[in-house]
Design a protein around this ligand. Structure first.
Ligand SMILES: [Zn+2]
Length: 365
């Protein structure tokens, strides 16, 4: 019994060593979402990553030890936004080389699990416009982790599609919220956060779909971006400024009237509402609202006037049903001429986004 086992074991170890030195044929390539997946015949022995930067491009090189490109196999031609070219070839007899020319820096590099090499094409800060001097960056293991330890932020640009939101001088809220959200995404990615947006173009999305999207991605934070309008019949010039809403079931109509209601569409009892939240979520959301509010005021007021309408409590659906600290930011009033002008400008949007990002940083500190 023992003898038999040791023989099998020896053979097993021996053959594993043999396999490691043998030609490790590439069996399959596929592109799934942002992942380029390469499957080999045997466990991958070693991958040497390299990044070369120049002329507005980052060239990611992966040299796979013992990797062999099968002669008969056709290599799929993939297209991915932000990627200029994708090449693969036999670098020398020991290494298979994969080259990905990207317009932007990748946040995460790659991972190896057994026979599978996964290369992440997730793009972050764009370098398309800039020209960098040629230099070699050796990829480190720590490359995979960012300073925020992979915190995921869900940005929710309010409204969209047939739901246009507020209106000011022919400008719809849905357009402003998307612009600010995209700038915020860029800023957060620059700071090392992982970011998802509930929508990235002008499309309708129900509130339920938005929170389900956020929950499915296990966000650490939900940021809903909106813009305001003065109430009908009230003087428009009297309404300007920004405010941040966080979840609370106090002062809620639903609570007070003990009725189960949501915009005539989804019906929940007050008990169900209470189940959807927790004291943890309420406390963290309040903390987040405070951090964002003060950071935005600090940042924006360095170059503009900004009326502080404060921190407010609400039981908005997006705050209630997202299973993470959540805030809703009313960035300003589209019905106020001067504020509309600012809200439409790139500089103001960027500054505002930086303010929000500062608040998010402060929250995690
Ligand atoms: Zn809105």
């Amino acid at each position: 019994m023992f003898k038999k086992l040791s023989i099998i074991l020896l053979f097993f170890i021996f053959s594993q060593t043999l396999f490691a030195q043998a030609n490790n044929y590439l069996r399959n390539t596929s592109l799934v979402n942002n992942k380029l997946i390469l499957t080999f015949k045997y466990n991958i022995d070693n991958v040497k990553p390299l990044a070369l930067e120049g002329n507005g491009l980052v060239k990611y090189i992966y040299d796979i030890k013992n990797g062999v490109l099968p002669k008969s196999k056709k290599i799929s031609h993939y297209q991915y936004k932000g990627i200029k070219t994708f090449r693969m070839g036999q670098f020398n007899k020991d290494y298979l080389r994969i080259v990905i020319e990207s317009y932007s820096r990748n946040k995460r590099n790659y991972s190896i699990v057994g026979k599978v090499l996964t290369i992440y094409l997730n793009t972050s800060s764009s370098i398309q416009q800039k020209v960098y001097p040629k230099k070699i960056i050796k990829s480190k293991k720590s490359y995979a982790k960012n300073s925020h330890n992979g915190k995921t932020i869900i940005i929710d640009p309010g409204h969209g599609g047939r739901d246009v939101g507020a209106l000011g001088k022919g400008i719809y809220e849905k357009a402003i919220t998307l612009q600010i959200s995209k700038r915020l995404r860029k800023e957060l990615q620059k700071r090392g956060y992982k970011v998802f947006m509930t929508r990235t173009y002008d499309k309708y999305m129900s509130l339920k779909d938005r929170t389900e999207y956020a929950n499915a991605r296990n966000g650490n934070m939900f940021i809903s971006i909106h813009a305001n309008a003065a109430p009908k019949g009230k003087p428009k010039k009297n309404y300007q400024g920004f405010e941040v809403f966080h979840l609370s079931l106090e002062n809620s109509d639903r609570e007070r009237n003990n009725r189960a209601y949501y915009k005539g569409k989804y019906y929940y009892s007050v008990a169900a509402y209470k189940k959807m939240t927790s004291s943890w979520k309420i406390a963290t959301s309040r903390k987040l609202a405070k951090k964002i509010s003060s950071a935005v005021l600090t940042k924006v007021r360095r170059g503009y006037t900004l009326n502080d309408k404060g921190i407010r409590r609400s039981d908005f659906w997006v705050l209630l049903a997202s299973k993470m600290p959540a805030v809703l930011i009313e960035t300003g009033y589209l019905t106020h001429d001067k504020e509309l002008q600012k809200l439409r400008s790139k500089r103001y949007q960027e500054r505002f986004s930086k303010g929000i990002a500062d608040g998010i940083d402060a929250y995690f500190k």
